[in-house]
Each structure stands twice: as structure tokens, then as C-alpha cells.
Design a protein around this ligand. Structure first.
Ligand code: THG
Length: 367
């Protein structure tokens, strides 16, 4: 792979100056925007994330804002997850599916009030789907992408660092809840959430001019915590089973295949897109499922394609993400595995770029 050519379509973020100064080594493109993928190297980034605290430019988690009298109706139409009991300070991980029950995105929905929501999207143009549905349904709601840039603070020392910048109130924020906390003359919505299993927060920056002051304040507060710039880490997210839309699943897959059944819990009285299709699939059972898979042998390298998973001569699935895990001393992987082959302990073979390897279905992710 060669370097990315810069142009306006490849959006920088309000934290790009900080990311560059911190020595970013590689980016990917996500929601038409730059997402850092490596600072030191993926393994050193991983060890640091699991032991200390990192500041992540996750501006690519773009928001789709819904505002107006029908905002909550639109949000519920968009997802099979039951939103009826959701409070104004909650965040929910929500599958979004089409009329066939196929995954369009797996965002975090942030409820501000009955009339205002943010949908913190994964890598697909959900804005277009939401706008189309709103118009088609004749709803009274505005749907747009506000200029909001989330900043992640992730790792076991995240609470300590956040307390130094925002005060002890950070500890009152429960998992997947949010609260507005002061910062100088201004304030930010701070949530206890993030794309790692190490614990942490996400700070939603609504004023670009406050992005670098916030970045600098976090770094100034934590030299003794060895705070450094980081990013979602491939190894850590596979160990933890955090799915990546476009990698581990796509518009081909259903939430049941993706193991997101528990987030398809809207009661019979609630209407949402894909309802009949998901009901039929729940009765018949999914054709394949996401599984944790361990791949034997030396470290495997990343590619842009999925790798076939075989049982003898038959292809029975694909490896969608894989990386060497220093902590578990095996290649950890996420795979989509056909019915009949997804039981824990099933021994398969994977066609990796380094050749054919034994791949064993695990009982669960590693964490
Ligand atoms: N935070 C925010 N926006 C995001 C992401 C995020 N948008 C893009 C992407 N990540 C969306 N995908 C995910 C995938 C997993 C989780 C969040 C967003 C996640 N899952 C937890 C888990 O699986 O353990 C918790 C799920 C739950 O119990 O509710 O956090 O990271 N703002």
C-alpha cells in the first residue's frame, strides 16, 4: 500500500495538529476522515493502552444529529433496540438494519432529550439513510452532521487523568451514561464509553477552537501517568471482541449473525425497519455467526481481504480480522462461521497470507 494523496475529501480533524506532533505513523480512512492507526508500533501501542492512559482522536465517529418533535420516533424506526426506557443521559450501542434485517451501521446512540439525539456512527453513510427515512415517513425532524469531534481517553488510568482535568464528578458518570462537565469558560458532554475494553471516556467537542486546548490540557495533566497519543488498537479490540463495521460485518450480515441479538429487543408494540425480517430469522436461526478464533503459528499479517476458513476442502466461513496477541501468545481473530462449524473447539484451517494454518473456534473472546 502506498501513501494517501491529500485532498479536501480526506478530512482532517480538529486534533490533527496534536496527532501529527505526537508522531502518528499511519492512518486509515473512516467516514471520509483520517483515523490514526499507529503511533509507536501496534504492539507497543497495545501494551501502553493496557497499562496506562491514551488520548485518542476519534473525530471519525461522526454524529448524525436528529432534532425536532419526531426525533425519538425516527430513532426508534432506525433500530431494533428497545428505546422506550432510555433516559436522557444514556448512550446505547444500537444495530441499524435495512428492511431485510441487514446491518447498515452499529453506532452508539446518545440521547439528549425526547427531541434531540446524536448517532455516533461507524464507517458507513448513515446520514443518507436517516434523512431518506425522515422524509419518506413525513417526520418533523432535522437530520444533519454537526461538527462534533469525539476525543477518547482510554486505559486503566483514564479515570485518574480525567479527574485532574474535569474534577471528581467524572467518577459519577456510569458506563454508557453522559454528563456535561465544565472546561474553562465552556463545557463538554463527557460519556463513559469508548472503543476499547480498558475503560475510559469520550469527550464530545462541539467547538473546534476548544479541541487543541482540551488535547493540551489532558497531556499537561498526566506526564506521571505516561499519558500519550493513541488510537483504537487492532490487537486489543480483537481480544475484546469489539466489532468493526466494514471489516467483521457488512450489509450482507444480520445482527443475529453478528451476536447482537441482545440489542434487538424492541417489544412487539414497537415499529422499526427490518422487524419482520429479524423475527423470521430469529425463528429460523442465523445461517452463520461471529466467533472468536485462534490461529496457530507465527504472527500473521494484515491484508485488505477476508481469509477463507475451511473444514477439509469446504469453505465454511471467513476470517475478517486477525492479529498476533502478545498477552495470549496466539493469533487472535474474529471470524464469520457457518452453522454446523461454530461450536467451541471446532478445528478448521485458515488461508492466511503466510499460508494455511490451523484455526480453532473459541468459547468467547479473550478480553
Ligand atoms: N464510540 C462512539 N462512537 C462510535 C464508536 C465508539 N462509533 C463508531 C464505532 N465505535 C461503533 N461501534 C461500536 C462497537 C462497539 C462498541 C461501541 C461502538 C462498544 N461495545 C461494548 C462491548 O461490546 O463490550 C459495549 C456494548 C454495550 O454493552 O452497550 O462499546 O466506540 N461514541
Amino acid at each position: 500500500m502506498s501513501l494517501l494523496s491529500p485532498s479536501r475529501r480526506l478530512r482532517e480533524t480538529p486534533f490533527s495538529a496534536g496527532v501529527k506532533a505526537a508522531g502518528v505513523k499511519a492512518y486509515t480512512v473512516y467516514n471520509h476522515m483520517l483515523l490514526p492507526t499507529v503511533f509507536d508500533d501496534v504492539e507497543r501501542d497495545y501494551h501502553h493502552l493496557k497499562n496506562h492512559v491514551q488520548v485518542w482522536d476519534v473525530s471519525v465517529e461522526r454524529q448524525v444529529e436528529l432534532i425536532g418533535p419526531d426525533a425519538s420516533r425516527l430513532m426508534q424506526l432506525l433500530t431494533p433496540r428497545d428505546l422506550t426506557k432510555m433516559q436522557d443521559d444514556q448512550c446505547y450501542y444500537v444495530p441499524i438494519v435495512d428492511q431485510k434485517g441487514r446491518m447498515l451501521n452499529d453506532p452508539v446512540a446518545i440521547k439528549h432529550s425526547e427531541t434531540r439525539w446524536w448517532i455516533s456512527i461507524a464507517d458507513s453513510d448513515l446520514l443518507l439513510w436517516a434523512k431518506g427515512l425522515a422524509i419518506g415517513a413525513g417526520f418533523d425532524v432535522e437530520v444533519f452532521e454537526p461538527d462534533v469531534a469525539p476525543l477518547g481517553v482510554q486505559g486503566p488510568k483514564a479515570g485518574q487523568l480525567m479527574e485532574r482535568v474535569f474534577g471528581p464528578e467524572v467518577h459519577d458518570i456510569r458506563f454508557f451514561r453522559h454528563k456535561r462537565l465544565p472546561f474553562g469558560e465552556s463545557s463538554f458532554i463527557v460519556a463513559r464509553s469508548g472503543y476499547s475494553k480498558q475503560g475510559g471516556f469520550e469527550i464530545y467537542v462541539e467547538d473546534r477552537n476548544l479541541a487543541m486546548p482540551l488535547w493540551d490540557a489532558l497531556f499537561a495533566a498526566g506526564p506521571d501517568l505516561t499519558v500519550r497519543a493513541g488510537c483504537p488498537n487492532l490487537i486489543e479490540r480483537i481480544e475484546g471482541g469489539l466489532l468493526s463495521y466494514g471489516n467483521d460485518m457488512s450489509m450482507e450480515n444480520t445482527p443475529l449473525e453478528c451476536g447482537l441479538d441482545k440489542f434487538c429487543n424492541a417489544p412487539e408494540s414497537v415499529n422499526f425497519i427490518g422487524k419482520a425480517a429479524l423475527k423470521a430469522e430469529a425463528e429460523a436461526g442465523p445461517k452463520r455467526k461471529i466467533r472468536a478464533v485462534a490461529i496457530d503459528g507465527d504472527p500473521v499479517s494484515a491484508t485488505t481481504t477476508a481469509w477463507p476458513l475451511n473444514s477439509g476442502e469446504t469453505v465454511v466461513g471467513q476470517i475478517t480480522s486477525a492479529a498476533w496477541s502478545p498477552d495470549f501468545q496466539t493469533n487472535v481473530a474474529i471470524a464469520m462461521v457457518d452453522a454446523g462449524f461454530w461450536e467451541a473447539g471446532t478445528s478448521l484451517t485458515a488461508d492466511t497470507p503466510e499460508g494455511q494454518r490451523t484455526a480453532t473456534v473459541q468459547a468467547g473472546f479473550w478480553k
